[in-house]
Ligand binder design. Structure first.
Ligand code: DAT
Ligand code: MG
Length: 138
């Protein structure tokens, strides 16, 4: 069964959107396999966002994602990788369609509320970064 990694970013937690986002995921029918709140260390943030190293927004990205607690989770179900990306909406919230999480709750590219893996390879890599095998038995 397909799995993906999802994270509610610090601004999503701070704005009280954890329940809203989890509700959308559950209502859609996807299973939450594992779930935890944590604050990313700079090291974990750098590994998570390794593909963006060297880009102009990289430093801001790392500072922001380590600025407060996040909610990390693993979701499971048919087509979940693409479906979560669809539910998130486009990276720039101003381009994200209404009805998507970013389209409904964000207006700033650097504070776009939610992360979701963009491919099977990213999903496997990110799940492994955040969760141990025991935590994934749920
Ligand atoms: P996504 O989160 O939709 O997978 P991404 O992987 O391209 O998007 O970028 C990761 C995060 O970095 C994104 O959620 C917000 C931030 N970001 C991306 N492009 C940016 C830019 N041009 N300026 C500022 N922040 C950016
Ligand atoms: Mg990405």
């Amino acid at each position: 069964m397909e799995r993906t990694f999802c994270m509610i970013k610090p601004e999503g937690v701070q704005r009280g959107l954890i329940g809203e986002i989890l509700a959308r995921i559950e209502r859609r029918g996807y299973r939450i396999v594992a779930l935890k709140m944590l604050r990313l260390t700079p090291e974990l943030a750098a590994r998570h966002y390794a593909e963006h190293e060297g880009k102009p927004f990289y430093q801001d990205l790392i500072e922001h994602i380590t600025s407060g607690p996040v909610v990390a989770m693993v979701l499971e179900g048919p087509g979940v990788i693409a479906a979560l990306r669809q539910m998130m909406g486009k990276t720039n919230p101003l381009e994200a369609a209404p009805g998507t999480i970013r389209g409904d709750y964000a207006i700033d590219l650097g504070h776009n509320i939610i992360h979701g893996s963009d491919s099977p390879a990213s999903a496997a890599r990110e799940i492994d970064l955040f969760f141990t095998a025991v935590e994934l038995e749920g």
